[in-house]
Ligand binder design. Structure first.
Ligand SMILES: Nc1nc2c(ncn2[C@@H]2O[C@H](COP(=O)(O)OP(=O)(O)OP(=O)(O)O)[C@@H](O)[C@H]2O)c(=O)[nH]1
Ligand SMILES: [Mg+2]
Ligand SMILES: [Zn+2]
Length: 354
């Protein structure tokens, strides 16, 4: 195996050379469980932790490694390796951490494409698709929509769903597949290139791991049906994991997600709702919120049907979430700063009195 087979590239090599990391091995984080990382290098797979210094200086979740990261590490033996540095990420998929407002959760890094999987029979929801798209668009990841389980519904309904996606979401490929019959697999495989990284996103039970297993030709991930009534909230896949396919594509599986909370997804909303953003240039007021203003091009477009009303409402909801997240973050930073100041004064006073 070469590092390139795991997705290593010239930019990373350049960074390594310029930052005097010659004394370290380089590897990619393939799983993560509670601050323990399994890192794959050309010499094998190693259990790793970060240095105390890294933990001490970390300001947010983004300063910790995540699945997909390239890291510089020292290997002592198979159970002990220490990660010294995270090499620069070219993409970071993140969401609002569930139940911890203002906190970020990293889903995967250095991802080229995301397969956004929804089961066509029960899970299909365009508002949620737009959420995933926003996350992808804010993080430099190319989205591909995958509707799974088409063996479970009537063929005419498949096209109906695909058309309803097309009506609202432009320029994003959508593929309908069945993991049972493998219909649509050719279309999926066409996206998968050697050395590129793909990430599975979607709710629990939609068939992400089944798809990954089938593509890899081996059972890498456990799959199962979970009875909604008896096992609410449990996922079959419990952690993130990166695997290399025979054709050279690199796939990251993820536990299913219930909520896809928007963080400070700056450009994500702009790209996802590009029609709304283009029209907003023509609004009468510069600070138009597109909610009630006269001379608002966006509201006009909603009125005359040029913009789908449901899409507009979904956009407004995510805008509010984004604003809420940003203000929470600001508040938190302010508090952290005040706490830092207090500690400094306290130490100073102690010094003076001693
Ligand atoms: N009929 C049908 N069943 C499928 C299809 N894909 C997956 N399944 C079944 O759906 C169940 C869940 O599949 P998984 O692959 O474990 O789902 P997952 O998205 O990985 O779920 P989590 O790991 O919990 O996020 C399994 O029983 C699969 O056999 C499909 O295309 N058609
Ligand atoms: Mg799974
Ligand atoms: Zn407006």
């Amino acid at each position: 195996m070469r590092l390139e087979d795991l997705g290593y590239n010239n930019n990373l090599e350049k960074f390594r050379a310029e930052n005097n990391l010659d004394g370290f091995e380089v590897g990619r984080v393939i799983t993560e469980q509670k601050e323990r990382y399994l890192v794959k290098t050309i010499n094998g797979e190693f259990d790793a932790e970060i240095t105390g210094n890294m933990r001490f200086t970390a300001k947010s979740r983004e300063d910790f490694p995540a699945v997909g990261d390239w890291v510089a590490l020292t290997v002592y033996d198979s159970d002990l390796a220490i990660i010294h540095k995270i090499l620069p990420r070219f993409s970071t998929i993140k969401r609002q951490a569930v139940g911890q407002f203002g906190e970020i959760q990293l889903i995967a890094t250095n991802v080229d494409f995301a397969f956004i999987v929804q089961a066509i029979d029960r899970d299909f929801n365009i508002n949620r698709l737009e959420r995933y798209l926003t996350i992808c668009n804010s993080s430099n990841v190319n989205p591909v929509i995958v509707l799974s389980k088409i063996d479970l519904i009537d063929e005419s309904l498949i096209n109906e769903k695909l058309d309803s996606i097309k009506a609202r979401i432009k320029n994003v490929p959508a593929i309908a597949i069945s993991n049972e019959t493998q219909d649509g697999y050719e279309a999926i495989k066409r996206f998968i290139e050697k050395g590129k990284t793909y990430c599975m996103l979607g709710s629990s039970g939609v068939g992400k791991s089944t798809l990954l297993n089938n593509l890899s030709g081996k059972t890498r991930m456990r799959t199962d049906t979970i009875s909604e009534s008896t096992n609410r909230g449990r996922h079959v896949t419990s952690h993130r994991e990166l695997i290399v396919l025979e054709n050279g594509g690199i796939l990251i599986d993820n536990p299913g997600m219930r909520e896809v909370g928007i963080t400070e997804a700056t450009s994500g909303l702009e790209v996802t709702f590009d029609m709304i953003f283009r029209l907003s240039q023509n609004c009468k007021f510069k600070d138009c919120t597109h909610t009630h203003e006269l001379g608002c091009s966006v509201l006009n477009a909603v009125e005359n049907g040029a913009i789908d009303r449901a899409s507009y409402e979904n956009y407004q909801k995510m805008e509010r979430e984004k604003a809420h997240f940003e203000s929470t973050l600001l508040e938190k930073r302010k508090k952290d700063k005040e706490f830092g100041k207090m500690m400094k004064n306290y130490k100073k006073r102690n010094k003076e009195s001693s």
